[in-house]
Design a protein around this ligand. Structure first.
Ligand code: AMP
Length: 255
């Protein structure tokens, strides 16, 4: 595996005709990330993982500064998963001085997460479009854990006629049901026990029952939503200082 830090280097490394699978990430890898790397490895000639903690998708009061970072461990895990290139650009490689252009996501980016994280999906869509242009993947891999993000990226790919297939893979959970997330590292042992209410609430597949089970936690939303044509029960809660999101598919494709 090669670690590549500049756009020109990754451009030179990839053959124009190569069949590339791209997995965009913010690092602090766990089994959820690894499941995407494995799928990309099975389906693509060349696997590129991007590791970029994208400042544009964090609000001013959010956790950008303290987001978990461990480059060495991540490089080792990516290599073991058969990744060919780990693309780790610096912030000014992606947003150089004078940067001015953004993807404006419509209503889909305003509700649910968008309501509590204004500008979040503008940052997500913009960085994904840039990564797609830089890496030119045939397919890009996303997790159902961030169902609204996957829906926003799919919508963008369709609306902007991007030549990339968006693959969405199931949420990987810990044995106790908690969806794996880099942010779980923030949870104290007591927080972690409290956080288990989230998967338990979603497992009821019923918004009223879910609300009941989440009583006592600081709930941003718990609601049924249609994302990418699929009904899900989605929720965001705060446990201590940690904000967690999760969702469960209610019907249709059991992704
Ligand atoms: P992140 O590094 O958190 O931005 O996540 C990178 C990709 O991994 C996104 O497409 C996420 O949806 C996906 N992902 C994160 N957690 C999980 C999980 N528990 N199961 C499956 N995919 C995940």
């Amino acid at each position: 595996m090669r670690v590549v830090r500049t756009i020109s280097e990754i451009g030179e490394a990839l053959e124009p005709a190569a069949d590339v699978g791209l997995v965009p990430t913010m690092g602090a890898f766990h089994e959820g990330h690894l499941s995407l790397f494995t799928a990309a490895r099975q389906e693509s000639e060349v696997v590129v993982v991007s590791l970029f903690v994208n400042p544009a998708q964090f609000g001013p009061a959010e956790d950008f500064e303290r987001y978990p970072r461990d480059e060495e461990r991540d490089a080792k895990l990516a290599e073991e998963a058969g990744v060919d290139y780990l693309f780790e650009p610096a912030a000014d490689e992606i947003y150089p001085e004078g940067y001015e252009t953004w993807v404006d996501v419509g209503e889909l980016g305003q509700r649910l997460e968008g309501e509590f994280r204004p500008g979040h999906f503008r940052g997500v869509a913009t960085v994904c479009l840039k990564l797609f242009n830089i890496v030119r993947p045939a397919r890009a891999y996303f997790g159902q854990k961030d169902a609204q993000q996957a829906a926003v990226v799919k919508r963008m790919a369709s609306d902007l006629n991007l030549d990339v297939e968006i693959r969405v893979l199931p949420t990987v959970r810990d044995e106790d049901g908690l969806a794996l997330s880099s942010r779980n590292a923030y949870l104290s042992p007591q927080d972690r026990v409290a956080a288990l209410a989230l998967p338990r609430a979603l497992a009821t597949k019923d918004p009223a029952q879910a609300r009941e089970l989440l009583r006592g936690l600081d709930v941003d939303y718990v609601e049924v939503a249609v994302l990418d044509g699929q009904r899900v029960l989605a929720a965001a809660v705060r446990v201590g200082k940690t904000r967690l999101i999760d969702n469960i598919v209610l019907e249709g494709d059991p992704r």
